[in-house]
Design a protein around this ligand. Structure first.
Ligand code: ACO
Length: 432
């Protein structure tokens, strides 16, 4: 295959190098395009733009493949733990037993919030969205802990990443307790990462929460499935903020805000709202599907993905996990029945088939979280906990890259050409 692409423009011919990835993906390197031709490329939504070369996750959207550092997501979901997968993503290799013990010890050692941070929760109104609290508190945590703000990217990054993962988990659980008027639970030293989170969410002063292994496993799997997804909206945000040399806590806090939107991580709670609406209103599935197709402002939430055009491999694993958890806990959730019926209808409907719209990771994840007892407004916070290792891995990759520059896209300007300033008394009241 050719190693350059030829562009003919304005009587000139220029050669642009082709960059080939380890999985055979090919891209045209256009870095010299403007200098040689005066042209830039235009790609709104970045659907066809590679912003970086990366070795963290690989997605083949046509074949429905997702791998973290080369390992298929199916194997990691079946055999790994969230903290082990986090180590893999951040540092590039599965940990040896000694490395894993050290990482887990750091997660435990740094799990406390600074005591002063407890008072910050009192400044939020009772109905404050948990994602707003999480992003504000992560920013605030950087003020109390310089290692969260400006960690070194060499050997010390293991401690910084453990601090961030662990404290964010503590903050997330505390924001839930505060939102329902319960005292904040301190983390325990005897519990691993996921079980400890459930303890901080659900233990009461008079009654310790003892999570069942089924619940811990289901949540751990969910976190693994969310741990990274290459250059998605929130990860690209983390990388962009990182490119300005802002702090790690600032970059992560920005990632949380980007994740919040309903077209991204916020879709998991939007799916439950959609299913609840169908359940309570009695609107039939054909009527709802018809509404999605005709009123184009209504979307089938949990369906569609920019990259997956066949199926989202995470959705397959989650659907199976969802069945298992509900069976093991003896729960029958009518929303699961509705979700399966919706999926069945959409997968055979020309509108969705022709646009290659399939269930994504968010379609079934909310049903698992409901079964575990996590409230809907915490779903996107759970996504943020899961995505934390990915953000940390990308932050580190960016900071250790030798050719990273500040991210600064260009534009094609379509506004007024030059015009002269008009004194205020000479301006007309209406410009109709
Ligand atoms: N329901 C109905 N129609 C849809 C949906 C959907 N869920 N998703 C896409 N479409 C339609 C669009 O209207 C568009 O139709 P058109 O070509 O006739 O105009 C076509 O499919 C292509 O859609 P785009 O919005 O251009 O696709 P894009 O790649 O920009 O968006 C996205 C991807 C945001 C995920 C979109 O599919 C969507 O809004 N899905 C619902 C929200 C959701 O589940 N988000 C979670 C994504 S996974 C994640 O972030 C973790």
């Amino acid at each position: 295959m050719a190693d350059t692409a030829t562009l003919h423009y304005d009587g000139k011919t220029i050669e642009l190098p082709i960059v080939t990835g380890t999985e055979g993906e090919r891209g045209v390197d256009i870095r010299e395009l403007r200098a040689k031709t005066g042209l830039i490329t235009l790609d709104s939504g970045y659907g066809n733009t590679g912003s970086t070369e990366s070795s963290i996750a690989f997605i083949d959207g046509e074949k429905g493949i997702l791998r973290y550092r080369g390992y298929p997501i199916e194997q990691l979901a079946a055999k790994s733990r969230f903290t082990e997968t986090a180590y893999l993503l951040i540092f590039g290799e599965l940990p040896t037993p000694a490395q894993y013990t050290a990482f887990r010890a750091l997660l435990t050692e740094h799990q406390f919030m600074h005591e002063a941070l407890h008072f910050h929760f009192d400044g939020f109104p009772e109905n404050a969205p948990p994602m707003a609290i999480l992003s504000a508190m992560v920013s605030a945590a950087g003020c109390f802990d310089p290692a969260l703000a400006h960690p070194e990217v060499d050997g010390h990054f293991m401690e910084a990443s453990a601090r961030m993962m662990s404290k964010v988990r503590t903050i997330a659980a505390a924001s839930y307790c505060k939102s329902i008027g319960r005292p904040i639970n301190y983390p325990r030293f005897d519990l691993p990462y996921t079980a400890n989170f459930l303890h901080m969410m659900f233990s009461l002063p008079h009654k310790q929460y003892e999570p069942s292994p089924v619940v811990v496993d289901a949540l751990d799997k969910l976190l693994i499935l969310h741990a990274d997804h290459e250059q998605n909206c929130s990860t690209s945000t983390v990388r962009m903020v990182c490119s300005s040399r802002a702090s790690l806590s600032a970059a992560v806090s920005s990632g949380i805000n980007a994740l919040w939107g309903p077209l991204h991580g916020g879709a998991n709670s939007a799916v439950i709202e959609m299913l609840t609406h169908l359940h309570q209103s009695g609107e039939s599935i054909p009527s709802f599907i018809n509404r999605v197709k005709t009123d184009r402002t209504t979307r089938l939430m949990g369906f569609g993905h920019r990259v997956y055009r066949n199926f989202d491999p995470r959705a397959k694993i989650i659907k199976e996990a969802c069945d298992n958890v509900l069976k093991a806990l003896g729960i029958h959730d009518p929303l699961l029945d509705l979700a399966m019926q919706l999926e069945e209808v959409a997968l055979h409907d020309e509108f969705f088939v022709s646009r290659k719209l399939y269930p994504n990771v968010d379609f079934y994840s909310g049903i698992i979280m409901r079964a575990i007892g996590i409230p809907t407004d915490m779903f996107t916070v759970m996504f943020a906990l899961g995505r934390m290792p990915g953000w940390l891995a990308h932050w580190r990759e960016y900071r250790t890259s030798t050719d990273a520059r500040i991210d600064r896209p260009r534009q094609i300007y379509q506004g007024y050409t030059q015009r002269d300033y008009v004194a205020i008394e000479k301006r007309k009241e209406s410009r109709d």
